[in-house]
Design a protein around this ligand. Structure first.
Ligand code: BGC
Length: 356
């Protein structure tokens, strides 16, 4: 993978792109630093975008990229990272499946002096993590909670309103922030009785969705509807931590729900969900521009590789159990029917065709 040395002695005028020292082995001018990038899965739209953006930007900055996807298998991701280390890559960028499952490779990376950037999801319980780049994950949840509070006008209405709760994979450290941020906003209304969770499922473990899987969210919502809303009782809101879970919820509603359509939150602005926003089937999605995250991570990579100071804007929030990882939080925006064209099409994130 890495072109270390070209062991021929050549004349500079004969071979373009090679740095020639007469009588000495020739080092290829394109002896690029190799960045190992691992992404969790190709199944969800966002990770394909993240991977593509990272590869394009790193290559444009002059790096060679080894991009791997792990089909949501923790074992596969462990061996992918181990291989990247064994192949002598210069830096690792890891979007983990389970933030706690990469302790082995992270120890190896540390031993080999390879810097590691945790991408979007924090890598846990290891001091082998150099930096973390993400969006403000707590704020994502807060925005979702606040949207529900405003849409139901909970400050002024007595309610009670019915709400159900969905978050993502319990092994994804982001969920603690997404769900925590939303519940810090919603819990007081649940405590006062303005919001009622008829299923009774309010604990993180009860509302988690393994693998962030749409079908699993749909199954759980089917069961909730059958058990609590089959008589046409309204569900006023469904908190969904992201778009893949929101999609499962909308699928279940379409199949068996007869009450008034609820307010549904999401995150990522995946194309099926943006279509649902345009069709009033999902109220909002938190837009995290993956181009901005990729650019920030490429800046980090470049600074690390050049031995320069790395830009961070959060040195307090992300304690991985071993160390507080210096982090960069990118900006996020709430997207609704009112602004999705401006935010997603005018900004060039999607073409109009993609969300028609
Ligand atoms: C990401 C979300 C994404 C979810 C499922 C989270 O870690 O931050 O953007 O929706 O994983 O892939």
């Amino acid at each position: 993978m890495k072109k270390k040395m070209v062991s021929a002695i050549l004349c500079a005028s004969m071979v373009a792109g090679l740095v020639v020292v007469p009588g000495v082995a020739v080092k290829a001018a394109d002896d690029k630093k190799v960045i190992g990038v691992t992404m969790p899965t190709k199944d969800l739209q966002r990770w394909n975008q993240d991977g593509d953006n990272m590869k394009k930007e790193l290559e444009a900055a002059g790096y060679e990229v080894d991009l791997q996807y792990a089909s949501n298998s923790e074992e596969t991701q462990v061996s992918q990272v181990e291989n990247q280390i064994a192949n002598g890559c210069d830096l690792l960028v890891i979007a983990s499946i389970n933030g706690s499952s990469l302790g082995g490779p992270l120890a190896q990376a540390k031993e080999a002096g390879i810097p590691v950037i945790a991408y979007d999801r924090l890598l846990m319980n290891s001091d082998g993590v150099s930096y973390y780049a993400t969006f403000d994950n707590y704020k994502v949840g807060q925005k979702q909670g606040e949207y529900i509070v405003e849409a139901l006008d909970l400050e002024n209405q007595d309610g009670p309103f019915n709400i159900e709760l969905f978050t993502g994979d319990p092994g994804d450290n982001n969920c603690t922030f997404f769900f925590g941020g939303a519940m810090d906003v919603l819990q007081p209304y649940i405590d006062s009785g303005k919001l009622v969770v008829k299923s009774g499922q309010t604990e993180f473990e009860q509302v988690a969705t393994p693998g962030w899987d749409t079908a699993k969210a749909q199954d759980r919502m089917d069961t909730i509807i059958a058990g609590n809303y089959a008589d046409g009782t309204n569900i006023d809101a469904v908190l969904c931590s992201n778009d893949s879970t929101a999609l499962g919820v909308t699928n279940a509603l379409a199949a068996s729900y007869t009450g008034e359509y609820p307010i549904i939150t999401g995150q990522d602005c995946d194309t099926p969900n943006v279509k649902n926003i345009a069709a009033d089937k999902q109220a909002m999605s938190v837009f995290k521009d993956t181009r901005a995250l990729a650019s920030q991570v490429v800046k980090m990579v470049d600074s690390i590789m050049k031995g320069e100071e790395v830009e961070v804007n959060d040195t307090e929030s992300y304690d991985n159990g071993e160390i507080v990882v210096p982090s960069y939080n990118c900006e996020l925006t709430v997207v609704t029917k009112d602004n999705y064209k401006e935010m997603l099409i005018d900004s060039g994130y999607y073409t109009e065709d993609q969300i028609q």
